[in-house]
Design a protein around this ligand. Sequence first.
Ligand code: ATP
Length: 478
Amino acid sequence: MATDSWALAVDEQEAAVKSMTNLQIKEEKVKADTNGIIKTSTTAEKTDEEEKEDRAAQSLLNKLIRSNLVDNTNQVEVLQRDPNSPLYSVKSFEELRLKPQLLQGVYAMGFNRPSKIQENALPMMLAEPPQNLIAQSQSGTGKTAAFVLAMLSRVEPSDRYPQCLCLSPTYELALQTGKVIEQMGKFYPELKLAYAVRGNKLERGQKISEQIVIGTPGTVLDWCSKLKFIDPKKIKVFVLDEADVMIATQGHQDQSIRIQRMLPRNCQMLLFSATFEDSVWKFAQKVVPDPNVIKLKREEETLDTIKQYYVLCSSRDEKFQALCNLYGAITIAQAMIFCHTRKTASWLAAELSKEGHQVALLSGEMMVEQRAAVIERFREGKEKVLVTTNVCARGIDVEQVSVVINFDLPVDKDGNPDNETYLHRIGRTGRFGKRGLAVNMVDSKHSMNILNRIQEHFNKKIERLDTDDLDEIEKIAN
Ligand SMILES: Nc1ncnc2c1ncn2[C@@H]1O[C@H](COP(=O)(O)OP(=O)(O)OP(=O)(O)O)[C@@H](O)[C@H]1O
């Protein structure tokens, strides 16, 4: 499969960033910090809640760091457009009767069997006549691979015009999906892919010959209407990926609907989303007529297998001291330390480094690629401790983390306990029956009150821990 040279340049740039050492990143951070202190503290003093959550960045980050499927034991929920037609599901890729080149591509990617969502979604997407589908499941469950397989199955390589159109919310996400298309289609040398993204300028009056086009709504709309590079009437498969991220971006929703209106009636429409709020569902119904619907619930997080403690302190410095006392015990495994603000996270990482501990800092000020590099190193165990803020670490799964320290307890913007975040931070440590450890730092009456309310909410006792008592620390670590 051919790749445009500019796309290659982006790849190279990305690879260069990925290969940056953590030291470089840390040095950059230090520079940024020093500048920040001299200049102003406005960015540093923002709380987590004030930081605008950037869904596209979060989604890209997840894609960059993910190397395999996330585990999910929930049942897939299927709502058929025609409830009387038989429901097919497959347990192997062979059963799908894919073209041999495609099956080869699937195996070359190391896939042995379909993921949970793929078991049901693939037969539906590949059925004749084509059926429309709305699918929702959390990130990392195999949605991208599923629709890429559907597009590659429907495309006719000898026809030299666009037949499949895929919309992504951002330039970077489009490139990531493009990579999957290239990997899976690598035994199809005649198949070509075009990127309809800003900066990819074509000559006016040109018609593109690539069979698959992936791009962002604005540019795709221009290519279909104003510039007429694509004849929308010839599109057989239309994919709208990351619908929840898409509608969070101003203008994308309208542009997507306008594109969809130009497509022929018999074009297969597929929409994917990691979450399914009402707004996403309304949008999905506008762009996908007569859909089948597939949903896979998130894996539930529980506090059952987690030992929870709190440490009573009277100031931030005392919290730091308590953390240092605990340090030996927590670094037996890998630990994540959560702070409320970027400023505290930077301070804490710097202080721990001064003590000679090797820690990684994940901060909202970093570029997505830098963040991915930090997480990658942490996953590889190059650092055993990761200091971060909640916004930054939301949705990131690092399976081997078994210790979570709440340097600051999670609170919402009104200062009330944020139980959901507490569960999400801690719950991940005890997954798949593994035992986990959570330590909460409490430094005021107010935070003690928050802790009590968290205990009440989950109806689980959080034990007091004395970090000066070495025997006790030893006990919790084992
Ligand atoms: N059947 C499979 N067997 C093994 N690995 C798979 C399979 N399907 C997908 N994967 C891998 O699992 C990871 C997650 O898959 P994919 O990116 O398709 O998930 P997703 O649901 O689209 O996630 P996101 O919402 O973040 O885009 C990828 O590394 C992908 O290569």
